[in-house]
Design a protein around this ligand. Structure first.
Ligand code: 5AD
Ligand code: SF4
Length: 346
């Protein structure tokens, strides 16, 4: 797949100007705090068959696991001790993990840690969503993945974009603060689709949107496809921040996986304000293999990325009025930035 260049409607200004603008808007609208949300991947069983994902049902080569209640609670307490502000419980679509057990775990985490709880467990019935909301879950992540109905259908056997959007609305009706998200660089995607992704995110009136590059997984039908670009993902983050100023935007693990040294730092400097460190028990971590080369973002990694942004996390007036890539991202080599500006850096 050819690396796509942003076309005119997506690129009215240079990338340098765009990310500076996004950084200023981030500062003015949501402030300088970076929220740390600890993710616990408690089951990698999934009934779905998304073409891009290593957890897909037909991937017989993946060793499956489920944490029990005790395992989830231990991970949640570790995350709380480490200082996260939210516990995110994530899994494949695994109805065999009983909905009442999920509800019990949610209320225990709320009672025993006092933290906010976010669920990311896929499409379920309205009654199930209501049960989890009553148990105390505050937020729910359900990405729309791609706003193009044809592309969505091609990538999700048996699923349609309408049902996905319907589930997002049902979550909002049940009282959740909802996060959506989409993948940059999917085979068959173009810039017009990314524009639709941004517009759909706005129309959904969600609180959060996670954007990550596509990364191939070797046991999926998309194994041979090219990964999405870090540069383009950063541009989309900057557009999202500029377009929807109050949105929470994570510096995703997929970005960190393609660019372990700079990915999250660059996202924070291009409009992101959330990092989601991983607290899945070490024994199982490698099995949550959504894509190849998935890194573990630790608390130390999160703090390191935040620390590198400190000079820019001052008031807008105090910031250097300079748009040279080297000045804004002082730790990245010049050649790297030249590549990012062209949309091609990986
Ligand atoms: N590359 C990037 N992101 C992926 N996801 C799943 N597979 C991939 C991949 N190959 C993302 C999807 C999904 C979440 C579980 O991870 O956006 O919502
Ligand atoms: Fe399952 Fe989510 Fe992966 Fe799709 S993206 S196969 S729903 S874990």
């Amino acid at each position: 797949m050819k690396i796509l260049q942003l076309n005119k409607p997506l690129a009215p200004i240079s990338f340098d100007a765009l990310r500076l603008q996004a950084d200023r808007i981030r500062h003015a609208s949501v402030g300088d705090a970076v929220y740390l949300r600890g993710v616990i991947e408690f089951s990698n069983f999934c009934r779905c068959n998304c073409l891009y994902c290593g957890l897909r049902k037909d991937n017989a080569l993946l060793q499956r696991y489920r944490l029990n209640e005790q395992g989830v609670m231990a991970a949640a307490k570790e995350a709380a001790r480490a200082g996260v502000d939210t516990i995110v419980l994530q899994s494949g679509e695994d109805p065999a993990y009983r909905k009442r057990l999920v509800a019990r775990i949610v209320s225990r985490i709320k009672d025993e840690t006092g933290l906010a709880v976010t669920l990311s467990l896929g499409v379920r019935s309205t009654a199930t969503y209501q049960l989890w909301r009553r148990a105390g879950a505050d937020r729910y992540l359900l990405k729309h993945e791609s706003a193009d109905a044809g592309l969505y259908a091609a990538l999700h056997p048996g699923g349609g974009l309408d049902d996905r959007i319907d589930a997002i609305k049902r979550l909002q009706d049940a009282g959740f603060a909802v996060g959506t998200g989409f993948i940059v660089g999917l085979p068959g995607q173009n810039d017009a689709v990314l524009m639709q992704d941004i517009m759909l995110t706005q129309a959904l009136q969600v609180e959060m949107c996670g954007v990550g590059p596509f990364i191939p997984q070797h046991n999926t039908p998309l194994a041979g496809e090219q990964a999405g670009s870090v540069g383009k993902t950063l541009k989309i983050i900057a557009y999202l921040r500029s377009h929807i100023p109050r949105l929470n935007i994570p510096a995703t693990t997929a970005l960190a996986s393609l660019s372990p040294e700079y990915g999250q730092e660059m996202a924070l400097k291009a409009g992101a304000n959330v990092i989601m460190p991983n607290f899945t028990p070490e024994k199982h971590r490698a099995k949550y293999r959504i894509y190849d080369g998935k890194v573990r973002v630790s608390m130390a990694d999160a703090y390191a990325a935040i620390d590198k942004t400190r000079p820019l996390r001052k008031s807008a007036e105090e910031r250097p009025a300079c748009n040279s890539a080297l000045h804004i991202f002082p730790n990245a080599p010049a050649a790297y930035w030249a590549d990012v500006a062209k949309g091609g850096a990986q």
